[in-house]
Design a protein around this ligand. Structure first.
Ligand SMILES: CCCCCCCC/C=C\CCCCCCCC(=O)SCCNC(=O)CCNC(=O)[C@H](O)C(C)(C)COP(=O)(O)OP(=O)(O)OC[C@H]1O[C@@H](n2cnc3c(N)ncnc32)[C@H](O)[C@@H]1OP(=O)(O)O
Length: 130
């Protein structure tokens, strides 16, 4: 995935590990990719956050071995609620649409695990809190 202006873009190719029906991508695998895709928008808007709710509309068949195109953006920031949108395409065919509300949290949210946080997270959200 990469950042282009206010958009996250990328590609993904699923293989047999991500299969559902023979030759097709499991819907849960698509949802995991969608969550990760929408999560990357947190970097663009410089807000640490977690997924509170996400819906995935499955619009077309996703086939294993195809390079699928990913795109996501932030639609609205409403207080701590970050409304994210994303799409997965196969060529011109829409495969899945994602909508999520992420909630802006303080980086200390992740301290509960006891695992050290990446040093780069120290300044995450600095512009949002300014
Ligand atoms: C996660 C990693 C991200 C790291 C990023 C790394 C750097 C980026 C690099 C690479 C990107 C990778 C991207 C990964 C993406 C994966 C993301 C995940 O999988 S996240 C894990 C799953 N999600 C949770 O574990 C949340 C668990 N839930 C909670 O912790 C709490 O419920 C939380 C923080 C979401 C809210 O709790 P409160 O106590 O802080 O706040 P309250 O008062 O309940 O809600 C605040 C506002 O939000 C609304 N709200 C809360 N939950 C809602 C919901 N489900 N639907 C709608 N609104 C909701 C409420 O109505 C309230 O709104 P009003 O301010 O009153 O207007």
């Amino acid at each position: 995935m990469r950042f282009e202006g206010d958009r996250v873009r990328g590609t993904v190719t699923f293989d047999e590990r991500h299969g559902g029906a023979p030759g097709f991508v499991h819907g849960g695998a698509l949802a995991a990719v969608m969550d990760d895709l929408l999560g990357n928008v947190l970097i663009i808007i410089d807000r640490p956050g977690v997924t509170a709710t996400m819906t995935v509309d499955y619009r077309g068949p996703a086939l294993l071995g195809r390079q699928l195109r990913l795109e996501a953006w932030c639609e609205e920031i409403d207080g701590r609620k970050l409304h994210m949108r994303g799409e997965i395409h196969d060529g011109d065919t829409l495969i899945a649409e994602g909508r999520a509300i992420f909630i802006h949290v303080d980086v200390s949210h992740w301290e509960a695990s006891g695992h050290p946080l990446p040093a780069s997270w120290q300044d995450w959200g600095a512009t949002a809190n300014a």
